[in-house]
Write a protein of this length. Sequence first.
Length: 115
Amino acid sequence: MTDAQVQDFQKRVRSISKQHRKLSQGYVQLVERDGLLVPKTSRRARRGFPIKGLIITVVGFIAFKAFLFDQVGAINYNDRVQALSKGTALEQAGGWVMQADPLTQRLAELLAGYL
């Protein structure tokens, strides 16, 4: 084989190996019009910080605080948060997080009309 043929062969082998690596990470079989099955690489999931999950968690936590604030009452809720603030470091952190902020109070007012 000549040098040009060897280079062309190696180029084809690299192309096939690259396609095989992509397909080994997940693929779907697509049926073309003539009935031929063609493997296509499936999209990879993003590997970033899950902002959507964080937002859902924060919104859920604020809704939970508002529900507690509504059910327990403002005076009892604040007394319990004060009791947490006098405890260990972990309890103090919990007391800081559970403070009745304006958003929690407003949501509790809205919940009071429905519950």
